[in-house]
Design a protein around this ligand. Structure first.
Ligand code: PLP
Length: 407
């Protein structure tokens, strides 16, 4: 059995979510239908809305169900941009952190290419935390031209928590709406949508023990948003499409479990994470921890660069040794690219290529950490031998070598 250390990519469904989903998959009814089956499905959806709202500190009417985090991000960023620009054509500037997930990053770039948006990339410090002095300066510099600010709650690669409450405070002075992608933070650290003052906040089911393909946008009741997809207007006329009752019910069940377990899990996972970090730095002394230290990072995130190792070689060698991890950033058409997050933190390309992310979740145990620490020194040594020369060939060399030595 492999040791799974990639919970930030996706995590297994909680038993509660699985039970609810299985039950609902065996039933029928469109929540928009008026007959008994429809009304029953509607009750399930509205109960789920209340449960999810309670888990995130929002009012149920502020929950807009979507097909996942990517859709919620697209809806928030495009929807806020269009609504704000339509109300005042001068509002074309988007203040966006340089370390966003591609669901936000590519959306903002699309608005720049096709809709005349002017993007201000908010820089981060060496720990991957957005620089508040720049946010303040950019807001002050012609606030009337700002459509929105978008800064994630926690970074998906290096795990750093962002100063979102302070950014909201700064933007509030000028009445500028702030969106936060809280996909990695929701269920891991305490979140309260109402108290945050955010205009919009994105979350996703499959990161918290719910199913893939469902998520939500929390949207303040007085916030105007232009829809991205058009149709039946099921969700507050802002999001169209037949609601996925089984997935929504399971998502809410997972959120309730995550919320109930949050304080204990936060403590348990931080402890495991700290043991993992100390163990890695001990086993491979040249490894460098990236992201913010201690409570400044997600409880389940540990991210390192390993000098002289190609991240993909290391991933592959660890996989052969039965440990599943990630480089943290996506390949583009099969070609590993240095992460935009690490580059924004000031790393050079070669250093950034040595990235490896280990993320813990609800099924993680002490034994998982022990297995990683056992496999890591040899995997690192082999990855270093394979070297950095030619990324694809180094992966092949590492694989061939590992196989010839019995993996
Ligand atoms: N935003 C962040 C920070 C993420 O980590 C992810 C998933 O990796 C997403 C958005 C996309 O969410 P989904 O997979 O539900 O579309």
């Amino acid at each position: 059995m492999s040791v799974y250390l990639d919970h930030a990519a996706t995590t297994s469904m909680s038993p509660e979510a699985l039970a609810v989903m299985t039950r609902e998959l065996g039933r029928t009814g469109n929540p928009s239908s008026l007959h008994g089956a429809g009304r029953r499905a509607r009750r399930v959806v509205e109960d789920a809305r209340e449960t999810l709202a309670a888990a995130a500190g929002s009012h149920p009417s502020e929950v807009i169900f979507t097909s996942g985090g990517t859709e919620a991000d697209n809806l928030a960023v495009k929807g806020l941009f269009w609504a704000r620009r339509d109300a005042d054509p001068r509002r074309t500037r988007i203040l966006c952190s340089a370390v966003e997930h591609h669901a936000v990053l590519d959306t903002v770039e699309w608005l720049e290419r096709h809709e005349g948006a002017e993007v201000v990339w908010l820089p981060v410090d060496e720990q991957g935390v957005v620089r508040l002095d720049v946010v303040e300066r950019e807001l002050k510099n012609d606030p009337g031209s700002v459509a929105l600010v978008t800064v994630m709650w926690a970074n998906n690669e290096v795990g750093s928590l962002q100063p979102v409450p302070r950014i909201v405070e700064l933007a509030k002075e000028y009445g500028i709406p702030v969106h936060s992608d809280a996909v990695q933070a929701f269920g891991s650290v305490p979140l309260d949508f109402r108290a945050s003052g955010l205009a919009a906040m994105s979350v996703s089911g499959h990161k918290i023990g719910g199913p893939v393909g469902v998520g939500a946008l929390f949207l303040g009741r007085s916030v105007s948003l232009t829809p991205v997809q058009h149709g039946g207007g099921q969700e507050r006329d802002v999001r169209s499409g037949t609601l996925d009752t089984p997935a929504i019910a399971a998502f809410a069940a997972a959120a309730a479990t995550a919320a109930a377990n949050l304080p204990a899990e936060q403590q348990r996972l931080s402890g495991l994470r700290d043991r993992l970090i100390a163990g890695v730095l001990d086993a491979v002394p040249e490894a460098i921890l990236r992201g913010a230290p201690g409570n400044g990072r997600l409880p389940g995130n540990a991210h390192f660069t390993f000098p002289g190792c190609e991240g993909d070689s290391l991933l592959f060698l660890l996989d052969l040794a039965g440990v599943e991890s990630s480089t943290g950033s996506a390949c583009t058409a099969g070609v590993p690219r240095p992460s935009h997050v690490l580059l924004a933190m000031g790393l050079d390309e070669d250093t950034a290529r040595g990235a490896q992310r280990f993320t813990l979740g609800h099924t993680s145990t002490e034994e998982d950490v022990t297995a990683l620490l056992k496999a890591l020194p040899e995997a690192c040594a082999r990855a270093r031998q394979a070297g950095m020369a030619g990324h694809e060939s180094s992966i092949q060399t590492a694989a061939t070598e590992a196989r010839s030595q019995g993996g």
